[in-house]
Design a protein around this ligand. Structure first.
Ligand SMILES: Nc1ncnc2c1ncn2[C@@H]1O[C@H](COP(=O)(O)OP(=O)(O)O)[C@@H](O)[C@H]1O
Ligand SMILES: [Mg+2]
Length: 242
């Protein structure tokens, strides 16, 4: 298969143009993308903003060849245009407060969708990596990409994950630290008051910490700041609840 330009890359995948409507997202470590494709289709059925996933079954025409070459580590996705939310924030096209509000809105909306598999009435589809690099600001609004970590479970775990990722930036040494903290405050101002990461859902924050520590894409410094990051989430949440 001949692929076009590299249109993006992250810590685990490369994304190549196929044509002006489709991209091929390929895991560098050959991970399996089958499960996330099912989840992306499920949430799309409920109107959630995700790129379309092109099916390999029953595909007709010249596109079929592209898909038949796809391996389990590859997905053919609707090509999106626009910057990531992180880039837009760096360029001051959106404020930290707007960024937190957007992430909170995307989490709230995701958690209104019924789980696909779980019969537990409290369970929802979780993204578990919903941060500003995994949101693209397209002309038709923010779209959520990178569903590699998706699972079903209690929404508090998703909030804990996003909060912890932002807090890692906030307590880290980079120039984005101040922004990271402001985005985190904005996010925590908007979570459901029934979610309490420093209290009733402390287990979710602890699980998020364990998951981040086990993430092979994390560098040593990012792992070292995890305790400070979790402490910051608890501290800011307490301030905001007072
Ligand atoms: N559907 C898409 N259309 C256009 N660009 C995309 C699309 N999906 C991802 N990208 C680009 O590729 C980058 C990496 O994608 P992502 O799925 O987040 O990979 P990773 O798992 O490595 O983080 C994104 O930041 C974005 O620039
Ligand atoms: Mg990503």
């Amino acid at each position: 298969m001949s692929l076009g330009e590299l249109v993006g890359f992250g810590r685990s995948a490369d994304v190549f143009a196929i044509d002006d409507r489709w991209v091929l997202r390929r895991y560098r470590d050959g991970g399996d993308a089958t499960a996330e494709a099912l989840v992306m289709r499920h949430v799309a059925e409920y109107g959630y903003p995700v790129p379309g996933v092109r099916s390999s079954e029953g595909n007709q025409g010249p596109e079929a060849q592209v898909v038949s070459h796809a391996t389990r580590g590859e997905l053919v996705l609707q090509r999106l245009s626009g910057p990531t939310l992180r880039k837009a924030m760096r360029q001051a096209a959106v404020s930290a407060d707007q960024t937190g509000a957007m992430l909170a809105d995307l989490l709230h909306r995701l958690h209104t969708i019924p789980a696909r598999v779980s019969a537990d009435p409290e369970h929802r589809v979780l993204h578990l990596d919903l941060h500003p690099d995994n949101v693209m600001l397209t002309p038709s609004g923010p779209m959520v990409i990178d569903w590699r970590n998706t699972e079903e479970g209690h929404p508090a775990l998703d909030w804990a994950m996003t909060a912890l990722i932002l807090a890692q930036v906030a307590v880290g040494p980079t120039a984005e630290a101040t922004h990271g903290r402001a985005v985190l405050v904005s996010l925590l101002q908007r979570h459901d008051p029934l979610i309490h990461l420093g209290g009733a859902h402390a287990d979710c924050l602890a699980k998020a910490r364990t998951r981040r520590a086990a993430d092979p894409n994390m560098d040593a410094l990012e792992v070292r700041v995890l305790d400070d990051a979790a402490a910051l989430v608890r501290e800011l949440e307490t301030e905001l609840r007072e």
